[in-house]
Structures are given as C-alpha cells and as structure tokens.
Design a protein around this ligand. Sequence first.
Ligand code: ADP
Ligand code: MG
Length: 281
Amino acid sequence: MPETEHVPRNALFGKYEIGRLLGCGAFAKVYHARDVRTGISVAVKVINKKRLTNPNLTTSIKREISIMSRLNHHFIVKLYEVLATKTKIYVVMEFVKGGELFAKVAKARFSEELSRKYFQQLITAVRYCHNHGIFHRDLKPENLLLDENGNLKVSDFGLSAVTDQIRADGMLHTLCGTPAYVAPEVLSKKGYDGAKVDVWSCGVILFVLHVGYLPFNDPNLMVMYKKIYKGEFRCPKWMSSDTKRFLSRLLDTNPETRITIDEILKDPWFKEGYNEPTFQE
Ligand code: ADP
Ligand code: MG
C-alpha cells in the first residue's frame, strides 16, 4: 500500500477516533474506531480518492449509499454514514467482532448442516437487499464476517458502485485479482443482471464452505476463466446427491436458467431446518 493510504492512530475526523487496523481489502484499509460522544465501536473503511477514476462521488454512488444507510437487516453490516475529504472517502459502519467466516472454514470444511445454516443466512441477506434494489456483485469470503453469536454479517453491500470505478482502472484485478467468485457472464463482459450474478457467487461460496476449496481454480488465470465459462466443477464423492443437484442449479452458466432467489427459497435443500427470520425485515 502506498504511504498515502495510512491513517495515523488516534486521528480525529469529525466525531470518530481512529484505532487499530482491522484489515486490508482490495481497495481500502479498514480501521477500528470509536464514536467519541457515545463510545460505540465502529469500523471505518478508508478509500483513497486517487484510486477512483472519478474522484467525485457521483450521483449514482451517493444514491446507492443513501439507500444502504436506510437498510437494516440482521445479517448485513449496517452502514452508518459516509464522510469525504478532498483526498479520502470514509465509510463508517457497524463493527463486527467475530472475524471472517473463511478463517473458520480454512481450518476445516463445514458439514452439510452448518454450510446450509450460513447459506440460509447469506440468502436471507441477499434477498433483502435485492428487494430494495441493491445488488452486491462482489460477494466473496472477505465480505462475510461473523458476529459474536456466530451469525453471518455480509459487508460491502452497495459499495460495488465505488469498486467499479477502481476496477475500471484495473486496480482490483492486479491487486487482489481472483475472479474465482465471478459469474461467467461478467467475465464475458456482455452486460449482466446483478441478481443473477449474486446467486452465482452464493453458489461458489456454498461450495467452498462445504468442500473446503474453490470449485473453479487454477494457478493460471486464463485456465480458471475457462473453467468458469464452461461451468466445469467437480463435486467430491462424499457429497449428498441433493447437495450436488442444488449446487448445479446455482452454478448454472446460463443466467436465464440459473435458479433465482425465489426458487432457492422453495428448494427442499434450502428449506431443511429453515426458520423464517423472526426479526423485522
Ligand atoms: P475490501 O472491500 O476493500 O476488499 P474488506 O471489506 O474485505 O475490504 O475489508 C478488509 C478486512 O477488514 C476484512 O477482511 C475484515 O477482516 C475487516 N473488516 C471489514 N469490515 C469490517 C467490519 N465492519 N467489522 C470488522 N472488521 C471488518
Ligand atoms: Mg470487502
């Protein structure tokens, strides 16, 4: 990271006191911070405007951020506010304590039951956002956090508008670069439907949770792209036939025939043990 990305400890901007670095993402650094009036912990994502092709927050980004800050869902990281200075954008959000879900799966793959639990929470969150006209388009392990009760919190919903600007100048591909979660229709740059793209990524995530490795992978990016285009993946022998069937509906390369969120909710694999969320949506 260039020097300019650095935010000194205890720097005050507006009402937040910046603390320790929580993590580095593909396009930003995330810090722990404290609201000095209330003492409440928050997480602050700092994006350097130099990395945006258009340094002004465009109307569409502002619109998306204002929708996001009005959303309120149990399984989604709450966006509090977005502040901007000449050089930086600060995205202030709920602080999530439990770390990344994938730190857990890296130790051992999950049983069908546990994979289903997280998948159900993921789909509940994704569905809520889609119903409000917000698509994630960048669902991947780093964006799945765990709260103190072991429930999922999806982060970065609505921020794809910002990320797109960085992607445009190639930053995302060169720095973080994994297309492993990206739907084939995005790779072929044909223009795509955000809802269908999110469903594909959820399929890749489910595979990783249950199997412990990526469905489409290769050290050579072009080979990985090819596998994604072709939808070429192999389920291990031990996997139940119903899980295999369900995964093949999610990882359908044709966005027209790929399972939709509404169909997922009706699918027997998904429905098993599913309790409609009792909290208010
Ligand atoms: P990017 O979107 O730039 O890739 P991420 O959203 O992946 O950045 O954030 C980088 C890391 O910071 C995450 O992997 C996670 O460890 C940490 N992080 C992000 N948001 C939060 C949050 N709300 N609470 C706690 N930690 C967070
Ligand atoms: Mg992220």
